[in-house]
Ligand binder design. Structure first.
Ligand code: LMR
Length: 397
């Protein structure tokens, strides 16, 4: 029956995570998958999350199915974090939001809904982007092409090429954008550049699909939402999915959301219905536990303030490790221009020059990076950063 099934080559990120897990070397270093580790190399259990878990665990409510769209309280706090509390657009009922299985679940449901109503729509993702963007969009039936984003020679954002490309796109082309902490490059647009992109989107009538997995890990929870707010100000329709995996350190709970920003409340209620149907057809309804933990943190003023300070601390530690990595690289290979690292933000740094050395880095030095040359700076700590810098410098010499 299954003799014609082809072998799966594996996922470039998740397969590496398994290889790392099975590597017996005690001094191995994981800077591959996008997960935040603390200075001891552990995935933190945030204090705010632990306290919310106690509250949720104490509940005697039975475990029933959530609605297809998830917990209403969760969707409300998700909206407020993205669009701002009491945003006019929320009060007007113009945003339809559902709870999803992480950011990936939001991408999948959004792509399915779009493809059903816009069968000829094509999608554009940044070059490079998170590998799963293309996979999910193609899985929903999209033809996907990449728009210029990063110049491997200057190792910086190529804004002019990006803007020029977007200008050439047909009406209703789906454009996947990373509002902050671009994955994999860590190279973000500044506010003025986002304003220009918003203008192009308006002029060309493009449809943005924002993927925000790192809100708060770039500059701040508010500033990282700049593009979201700019699109709202410009009164444009768009989709946004987000993830709480990293910023709540609850990867396995699969907590995210998907919002469709519509012209009016009537459109939004139909968008909601279509998302619900897509959810029902895919997995029926989201899991409840993680969502209740997230909503408990965000609804409770004390836990929320604690959580915000924990996000600040994660961001500051990542930034410190980026500086330490830069310092180490300057020490071990001063002839190389490492300053591009300082312009990058969020969990990742991107050094395409390391890409051809991935196997050597893993085999000889036990340093796991992604094949593109992406480095998860959040996997560095004061105990392994010098060895990582030395390994990078050695392979590039
Ligand atoms: C990553 O980019 O490493 C993370 O978002 C994890 C994943 O699912 O790929």
């Amino acid at each position: 029956m299954f003799s014609t099934l082809s072998a799966y080559a594996g996922d470039p990120i998740l397969s590496l995570q398994l290889a790392y897990r099975d590597d017996p070397r005690p001094d191995k270093i994981n800077v591959s998958i996008g997960m935040y580790y603390d200075d001891d190399g552990s995935i933190p259990r945030l204090e705010s999350v632990q306290r919310a878990q106690k509250i949720v665990n104490a509940s005697t409510a039975p475990s029933t199915y959530l609605p297809m769209s998830g917990s209403p309280a969760y969707c409300k706090v998700a909206q407020e974090l993205l669009f701002g509390k009491d945003a006019d657009i929320l009060l007007a009922g113009r945003v339809a939001t559902i709870q999803t299985l992480g950011g990936s679940g939001g991408l999948k449901v959004g792509s399915d809904v779009l493809k059903k109503f816009f069968p000829n729509m094509v999608a554009r993702v940044s070059d490079p982007t998170w590998d799963n963007h293309r996979a999910i969009l193609e899985g929903s039936g999209f033809t996907v092409e990449a728009y210029p984003y990063f110049n491997p020679v200057t190792q910086r954002l190529d804004f002019e090429a990006m803007a020029e490309y977007l200008h050439t796109q047909a009406e209703q082309t789906l454009i996947v954008l990373h509002p902050c902490c671009h994955n994999p490059t860590g190279a973000d647009l500044n506010f003025a550049q986002w304003d220009e992109i918003v203008q192009i989107i308006a002029d060309r009538k493009l449809l943005p699909f924002l993927d925000m997995a790192y809100q708060g890990l770039g500059e701040s929870l508010e500033r990282d939402a700049y593009l979201v707010r700019a699109l709202v100000r410009a009164d444009l329709p768009f989709l946004i999915c987000n993830s709480y995996s990293k910023i709540f350190s609850i990867y396995g709970e699969r907590c995210g959301s998907l919002s469709m920003v519509c012209a009016n409340a009537d459109e939004a209620s139909r968008a909601m219905g279509q998302m619900q149907q897509a959810v029902r057809r895919n997995y029926s309804s989201p899991p409840a536990y993680g969502g209740h933990v997230v909503e408990t943190v965000l609804q409770n003023a004390e836990l929320r303030a604690l959580w915000e300070s924990e996000v600040d601390a994660m961001r500051e530690r990542i930034q410190f490790m980026r500086l330490e990595l830069h310092r180490g690289l300057m020490r071990f290979h001063p002839a190389y221009d490492w300053d591009f690292l300082l312009a990058q933000r969020g969990m990742f740094s991107y050094a395409p020059a390391l890409a051809p050395h991935m196997q050597e880095l893993i085999e000889k030095f036990g340093v796991y990076i992604i094949e593109s040359g992406r480095i998860c700076v959040a996997g560095l700590n004061t105990h392994n950063v010098e060895r990582t810098a030395k390994a990078f410098a050695t392979v590039l010499k």
